[in-house]
Design a protein around this ligand. Structure first.
Ligand code: AVI
Length: 320
């Protein structure tokens, strides 16, 4: 589906409400219960995520931006200028703005699951960079992407910031990187932000902030299911829980039932015991070597890595 919103060309491959319903019923039917983190990002969720990135405790955004600002010229040099630049999970398209002047892409392709947020961000970007050609794609990038890419688009580079790679579980992460490699083609470059393993006293507050924004972000998933699927979750009867699982090297977010209860989702009933959780997100933390091993196993060459002074976050340039 094609459309033009202002000066932005828009391609809609958005998941259907039926996809949400089927995945939610499947996830709540499992033991332990699960919901995929991609469903956080309805309009309220996207707004709450933007608020998270501003929190004092949430260091990844600030740290990655620091690296992009400090090393932007070197990064652009490495990635190559004048390419077709695809951004996976572009959100508010804030980070790419740091690199745009240096990269001068011939076309920018932001891909995001949150439709209205994507269109608004792409239009704002078009106003700020009047010469930039933009083709926004609403899609779930965790699934194989059938992008209507024109073959003569030329050399491609991809930008996947924010350590969103950390939200993939081990069984899927390599397959995902292999798909990105295929999308880029030989010689294509991937600039990817990866959060690093650190002490739990830093990690856990980043996912359980004092103002409760992350709690609201997590709970909004249930509010969304009430809104879009007519479910009857009582938000007062679930609480946000975040912990660092050191063995699995991941932050886990859960929504924990505070009592024994039943919840109805599109006619199906789910039982919760007191203390039972729904696992809503994992955010894997890597070592630099561990991530490079993974990237190599997916067919990339690890060309360069940039980190901040504290060694909290890394930005890698990978080549197909
Ligand atoms: C988008 N993603 C990389 C974030 C993360 O840190 O895993 C999502 C998030 N969840 C809670 N806070 C932020």
């Amino acid at each position: 589906e094609y459309g033009t919103e202002g000066r932005v060309r828009f391609i809609d491959l958005q998941p259907r409400p039926d996809d949400l319903r089927a995945e939610v019923l499947q996830g709540l039917g499992q033991s332990p219960k699960r919901l995929a983190p991609k469903w956080f990002y309805d309009q309220t969720g996207s707004r709450l995520f933007d608020a998270i990135t501003q929190l004092p405790e949430y260091y990844p955004t600030r740290t990655e931006i620091g690296i992009l600002r400090r090393d932007g010229e070197a990064i652009a040099e490495h990635l190559g200028r004048g390419k077709v630049l695809i951004e996976l999970g572009s959100g508010s398209s804030l980070k790419i703005q740091i690199l745009l002047a240096a990269l001068r892409p011939r076309l920018y392709v932001p891909i995001d699951i949150s439709r209205d947020h994507l269109i608004a961000s792409a239009q704002a970007l078009a106003r700020r960079f009047p010469g930039l050609e933009i083709q926004a794609v609403c899609a779930d990038y965790s699934k194989p992407l059938a992008l209507p890419l024109e073959t003569d688009w030329g050399e491609r580079a991809a930008f996947f910031p924010g350590s969103s790679i950390g939200n993939f579980d081990p069984p899927e992460v390599r397959a995902f990187l292999q798909r990105v490699a295929r999308l880029l083609g030989p010689g294509g470059a991937l600039l990817i932000g990866v959060d690093l393993i650190k002490d739990r006293t830093i990690l856990e507050p980043a996912y359980d902030d004092a103002q409760g924004v992350t709690a609201a972000f997590n709970l909004n998933l249930l509010a969304r299911l009430n809104r879009e699927l007519g479910a009857d979750f009582d938000l007062e009867r679930f609480r946000h829980h975040a912990l660092f699982n050191a063995e699995a090297s991941r932050i886990e977010m859960h929504l924990v039932s505070t009592c024994t209860q039943q919840v109805q989702v599109t006619g199906e009933v789910f039982d919760f015991t007191e203390g039972e959780g729904i696992h809503t997100e994992s955010s894997y933390k890597y070592s630099i070597q561990g991530f490079q091993r993974l990237a190599r196993s997916a067919g990339f060459v690890c060309e360069r890595v940039w980190t901040d002074e504290q060694g909290w976050f890394s930005v890698h340039c990978l080549r197909v």
